[in-house]
Write a protein that binds this ligand. Structure first.
Ligand code: ADP
Length: 251
């Protein structure tokens, strides 16, 4: 069975400071279908947004953000659990930091945990463990975390679900004539120097971290599809019918 990592960002999972439950259900529904053909690992943001509904404190402060994330992680996971229960899919929570990728010895630990889950048909749900870690130990966004996970578990694909159809030659929220790239085998020159542009109060990445993730994977002979997480039909037809309708394929 092929192995894929799906990363869903705050832009998709969050609406008005809360978890966007319907969109989460659509994602869960898609993952249930994908599991007939693939081994799936989910990398999910959303803990800060979920925690913010319980703990409304200033999230711009480091410690407050960690406190919100700590409150939010179980809310996020129980929200997933309720939905995966509908499809009789068991889930596991895996919290990682940059340090876990530091040495082969450390990487091996979570590789084996994930392999054990997949062998036993459990869906691993990965998130960054930003609670006790220092800023140096954090990726700071799940885009690069998901690329590192995809590489470490030797996944065939990383699918990044965001609030846009893919990667454009300019920021589409500022330029109406922006054109969508369909397939890229390398990044356009200077792309990584663009400023971060997260489009949502809980988003940390923006397009640049997605490009860094794509670059990391392309350099290691792996593929990434950046596509829409509001409407999952492009991801579905790509993965289940091998049709590339929308989304940017970095290959
Ligand atoms: P997520 O929460 O899914 O990680 P982000 O808000 O961090 O999403 O990043 C996606 C946003 O990046 C888009 O909504 C868009 O506004 C912005 N963006 C800036 N430049 C580009 C570009 N060239 N192509 C696509 N999106 C871009």
């Amino acid at each position: 069975m092929k192995r894929i990592v799906i990363k869903v960002g705050s832009a998709v999972l969050t609406q008005d400071n809360e978890i966007a439950k319907e969109r989460m259900l659509n994602l869960v529904n898609l993952i249930a279908k994908l599991r007939k053909k693939y081994e799936v690992i989910l990398v999910s943001s959303g803990a800060v947004a979920a925690g913010y509904s319980a703990l409304r404190i200033d999230k711009s402060k480091q410690i407050s953000k960690k406190a919100i994330a700590a409150a939010g992680q179980p809310i996020l996971m129980s929200s997933y659990k309720k939905k995966f229960d509908i499809f009789a899919i068991d889930t596991a929570q895996i919290l990682l930091t940059e340090d876990d990728f530091d040495s082969r010895k450390r990487t091996k630990i979570f590789q084996e945990i994930i392999n054990t889950h997949l062998e036993n048909r459990i869906l691993p749900i990965v998130n960054e463990n930003d609670i006790s870690s220092t800023p140096e130990q954090l990726f700071g966004d799940n885009d690069q975390l998901s690329a590192n996970v995809a590489h470490a578990v030797d996944a065939d694909f990383l699918i990044v679900l965001s609030d846009i159809d893919g990667y454009y030659d300019k920021n589409p929220s500022e330029h109406k004539d922006a054109k969508l790239y369909k397939v890229l085998t390398e990044l356009p020159e200077g792309a990584l120097e663009d400023k971060a542009t997260p489009n949502n109060p809980f988003a940390t990445g923006g397009i640049v971290t997605k490009l860094k993730a794509a670059d990391f994977l392309m350099k290691r002979g792996k593929k990434m599809l950046l596509t829409n997480g509001f409407n999952l039909s492009a991801a579905e037809s790509f993965l289940l019918e091998k049709k590339h309708t929308l989304g940017t394929l970095f290959a």
